[in-house]
Design a protein around this ligand. Structure first.
Ligand SMILES: Nc1ncnc2c1ncn2[C@@H]1O[C@H](COP(=O)(O)OP(=O)(O)OP(=O)(O)O)[C@@H](O)[C@H]1O
Ligand SMILES: [Mg+2]
Length: 241
């Protein structure tokens, strides 16, 4: 087996007559951090939802860890080792921080494992431990985002997908969360970062894909891509428009 933990092959998705994704192919190598960069409406969430089995694929395949997961249910995909922290730091508002974490481990029957994963989450984000008994609705924006990520990690994934984790947060808070993502990656978890912000995405990732109107228009090693070229594509002010 090669270095790919997951591949997306020729994926297309439509909403009625509107084609949101056109023949997308991507590769996510084991242990790497891959960013998917695109502006509002580029199709980022559509892609992630297709990978997670949340919306229907028109055509194409998703292969994870050697298995074709294209038509699997979301719970089966999570059980295989893929998880997503959704856009908008969405958490269960009327549950405590601790209960939110346990929701992320709903597929785990072992009490020991749940305890281990909870400890890992609190170790990663000590602010959450302090608030463990409080309702999630009282968390700050940054803490909410931490909780969304921590909850996703409770399923002990091999691949963690973060949909726009920096949205609406102060840069200093985002930096802190990104550093924790690096810690998770150090533990061997492959990371997919979906972002609108070009500079940070290139800095934090090994490989990047730029999505414009449902198509991959640029891809390459993040240290070899030029920020200006990516921004031109991203803002649609050149040949990709
Ligand atoms: N449920 C839906 N029904 C119809 N069209 C949709 C639906 N969801 C998304 N779209 C359309 O598909 C395209 C891609 O949307 P998507 O949400 O995947 O983009 P995105 O890159 O995640 O954007 P954002 O940065 O705003 O989250 C957009 O044109 C959007 O209007
Ligand atoms: Mg989105």
């Amino acid at each position: 087996m090669d270095g790919a933990l997951m591949t997306v092959e020729g994926l297309s998705v439509s909403y009625g007559d509107f084609r949101a994704l056109h023949d997308i192919s991507m590769r996510f190598d084991r242990g790497s951090i891959v960013s998917i960069i695109g502006s509002n409406g580029a199709g980022k969430s559509t892609l992630l939802n297709a990978v997670m089995g949340i919306n229907r694929k028109l055509s194409g395949r998703v292969v994870f860890d050697g298995a074709d997961i294209t038509s699997m249910r979301t719970s089966a995909i999570v059980a295989k080792g893929v998880t997503m922290s959704p856009e908008g730091s969405s958490v269960f508002e009327d549950m405590s921080v601790h209960e939110n974490l346990l929701m992320g481990a709903y597929l785990t029957n072992s009490r020991d494992k749940r305890a281990r994963m909870t400890e890992r989450a609190y170790g990663l984000f000590p602010a959450l431990r302090e608030k463990s008994g409080q309702l999630a609705t009282f968390l700050s924006g940054g803490q909410r985002q931490m909780l969304a990520i921590a909850r996703a990690l409770m399923s002990d994934p091999k691949l963690l997908i973060c949909d726009e984790l920096s949205l609406g947060l102060a840069p200093v808070v985002v930096n802190d969360i990104y550093d924790r993502i690096l810690d998770v990656n150090e533990e061997g978890v492959t990371i997919v970062l979906v972002e609108q912000e070009v500079k940070r995405s290139l800095e934090f990732s090994d490989y990047s894909y730029v999505l414009v109107k449902g198509r991959v228009v640029i891809e390459g090693r993040s240290d070899e891509l030029s920020e200006d070229e990516v921004k031109d594509a991203y803002f649609g002010i050149n040949k990709y428009a």
